[in-house]
Ligand binder design. Structure first.
Ligand code: ADP
Ligand code: MG
Length: 687
């Protein structure tokens, strides 16, 4: 098959990933047999012994060696965990939910029994739960109600090498918790059982990592011991493109079919930066696969990204049907968090999405999710995925020179994202982010920007102490600015609408599909949802229309309706779930969420403005561009916005996106008077 008329040109790499022994697990054998076959199983006794005798252990092991699935079960089966719960933190929600399902199956129970999970807006947990997979963010949140994490006898901080902000925060907090619960980081006696004798409810901490930066973790915990698990890694032949690729999705498509047509059976894993690219490539691959001659193997595609519903995630692990090649299209979730069996070929676009806090650009600062080059260490991990069961191949869609130019590893997130939400959570614990002992300290400017944001939101007072409003904000499972909008809606009696909006904004995917080749048609059908105040009330209209349809129509009809309106039903369903939780949070706090703005949408924009105050901008004399009120950037309204060609005096927006210009997305018009009202309070900020 000739895709788009040309072949992808590759050069063989000079180097190889090192390969070792044979072995591999038979898919047909039982789960218990599979468990015993994992590399970590050989070290089981030594591992249990070490953990039993020390408060903190750092465990380093190659991806797929069995750390995440096995260590919690060893802790449970050996009795080390006592009667407490074992928490296992993950940076990504898909990893938490899918690994919990796997471990529940290995334990022969259903999810929600012995094994559960907890991610934002979704929890499966029962009274018998002993192993809990959770996002690092959820465990940080639990600190607010249980500062010593007394429910847990073991905390396993997994994927520590990713160095997410929440993981770093946990590593810091666990150090003080260990001192309080165990009297120190080291046990007083070294003998077996002594550790448990030092306190009524001692804690064990295990830091797990996939790459070779374990010393840093060990140093942080007073040079605690590092254990290594050897994985199985067969040799992987690496190819680079001869020339750099501008369109990596197209290059991936061509490469996939080259593999499919010319190479022996074996599944393919393609690394792409995000959901949009995954969905577009998925569509193209299926399209071309249908045109294959009948004597060729069939193709089965499996997308894998954060917003994918659990039922579809499971598809990845199902064995490939006969005479079919599985093609997994994944984000960096498949780099170290989740190991998919059967992969022989890896296609690496060399890109990922990274959250960056662009403070210096704008004065006020904002987080942007940008598609960027991966690091060398990611590239090595990605290639490694091809060699877990046998010899493999990795096709890099970038040149060898580009690989050499990549950074060795990425900066910890604490040094590149907004600290506002973390600073608020710490304030609730009577702690200041600037006083804490971190593995890597955040920048002073970044801390100041977080405190300024909290002041703008009324979450802290002049002496930087947390306010009652600040505490209420932290009680919502939302970013502080959205929580602040909800609180403001109580005053403005429009909580119903604001919660609708916030629920959609907190969903993992976008509500309105942005299909570039059908943009005109999409805009036409969406016209009926349009609200003159902008995109936020437009969301309310779309959500309400969907609910009207949902009330009477069948599941299939609902789906079809969404397709015709270019609405993402997954987002709607997720938003409705989130809304239920936000309403429940309101009820717990004695807030009546039923108050409605009726036809007075100003109440809604006023409430949103309170939370998005740092995201406000004024129309400039040119009548087209806007200047940030609390920042220096000049921005335009995104062409996909309801307000794209309207002339309004001032706006608030959800986010900025960088392309050839800075565009504001999720825009509503506000009267200038709102800005005047708030400026007096804000002027009192002294940095
Ligand atoms: P590590 O944490 O060291 O990277 P894991 O414990 O995640 O290793 O993986 C161990 C093994 O469990 C891998 O071979 C992986 O393929 C398998 N596995 C994990 N989740 C599932 C699942 N949902 N279905 C089938 N196999 C799985
Ligand atoms: Mg793991």
């Amino acid at each position: 098959i000739n895709v788009n008329g040309r072949d992808q040109q590759f050069r063989r790499n000079s180097g190889n990933l090192n390969g070792t022994s044979s072995a591999g697990s038979s898919k047909s054998r039982e789960l218990q047999e599979q468990r015993k076959q994992l590399p970590i199983a050989q070290g089981r006794e030594a591992l249990i012994e070490q953990i039993a005798n020390h408060h903190v252990t750092v465990l380093l092991g190659e991806t797929g060696s069995g750390k995440t699935t096995q260590v919690p079960q060893y802790l449970l089966e050996s009795g080390i965990a006592g009667s407490g719960i074992i928490a296992v933190t993950q940076p990504r929600r898909v990893a938490a939910t899918s690994l919990a399902a796997r471990v529940a199956a290995e334990q022969g129970t259903t999810l929600g029994g012995l094994v559960g999970y907890s991610v934002r807006f979704d929890e499966v947990a029962g009274p018998d739960m002993r192993i809990k997979y959770m996002t690092d963010g959820m465990l940080v949140r639990e600190l607010l109600s249980d500062p010593l994490l007394t429910r847990y006898s073991v905390v396993v901080v997994d994927e520590a090498h990713e160095r997410t902000l929440r993981t770093d925060l946990l590593i810091t907090k666990l150090k003080t918790i260990l001192k309080k619960r165990n009297g120190g980081i080291f046990p007083e006696g070294k003998g077996k059982g002594k550790a448990a004798a030092t306190s009524g409810n001692p804690l064990k901490v295990i830091i797990m990592s996939a790459t070779l930066d374990a010393e840093k973790f060990s140093k942080f915990y007073n040079n605690c011991k590092i254990l290594y698990v050897k994985g199985r890694q067969h040799s992987v032949k690496i190819y680079h493109t001869a020339e750099s690729q501008v369109d990596y999705v197209d290059a991936a498509l061509r490469t996939f079919f080259q593999i499919h047509v010319d190479h022996p059976p074996g599944d393919v894993l393609i690394f792409l930066p995000g959901q949009e690219d995954i969905e577009s490539l998925d569509k193209s691959i299926r399209l071309y696969a249908n045109r294959l001659p009948v004597d060729k193997m069939a193709v089965m595609t499996c997308p894998m990204f954060a917003a994918l519903p659990p039922a579809q995630q499971a598809k990845i692990f199902q064995s490939t049907p006969t005479n079919t090649r599985k093609c997994i299209l994944a984000t960096n979730i498949a780099e170290t968090s989740i190991t998919i069996p059967g992969i022989k070929y890896v296609i690496d676009t060399g890109k990922h999405k990274e959250k960056l806090h662009l403070a210096h650009d704008t004065g006020s600062g904002f987080d942007a999710l940008l598609t960027r080059d991966i690091t060398k260490s990611s590239a090595m991990q990605r290639a490694g995925r091809a060699g877990r069961e046998d010899k493999g191949y990795c096709f890099r869609l970038y040149t060898e020179e580009a690989f050499e130019a990549m950074a060795v590893s990425s900066e910890p997130e604490i040094r590149r994202t907004s600290l506002t939400s973390a600073a608020l959570q710490l304030k609730c614990l009577d702690e200041d982010i600037e006083d804490l002992d971190f593995m890597d300290r955040p920048d002073v400017e970044s801390i100041m920007s977080a405190l300024k944001s909290l002041w703008f939101l009324n979450a802290i007072d002049k002496s930087r102490r947390i306010t009652d409003a600040g505490r209420s904000m932290a009680a919502f499972p939302l970013e502080p600015n959205l929580a602040s909008a909800v609180l403001e809606s109580v005053k403005n009696t429009c909580t119903l609408e604001v919660i609708d909006i916030v629920s959609v904004l907190s969903s993992t995917s976008k509500l309105f599909f942005d299909i570039s080749d059908e943009r005109e048609a999409a805009a036409e059908v969406r016209r009926k949802f349009r609200h003159r105040s902008g995109d936020h009330m437009t969301i309310v209209n779309a959500l309400r229309s969907y609910q009207d349809v949902a009330a009477t129509e069948s599941k299939a009809a609902r789906k079809e309706w969404c397709r015709k309106q270019y609405l993402n039903e997954r987002t709607l369903l997720e938003a409705i779930k989130i809304r239920d939780q936000l309403r429940a949070t309101c009820e717990k706090m004695g807030i009546d969420w039923r108050t409605s703005a009726q036809d007075d949408e100003k109440l809604v924009t006023k409430s949103l403005f309170r939370g998005l105050v740092l995201h406000s901008a004024l129309l400039q004399p040119d009548g087209i561009t806007f200047k940030q009120v609390y920042g220096r950037s000049v921005i335009k309204i995104h062409p996909g916005s309801t307000l794209a060609d309207q002339k309004v005096p001032a706006i608030i927006y959800d986010e900025l996106v960088y392309t050839n210009h800075i565009y504001a997305r999720g825009v509503s018009a506000i009267p200038k008077a709102f800005l005047a009202e708030i400026s007096i309070q804000i002027k009192n900020w002294v940095a």
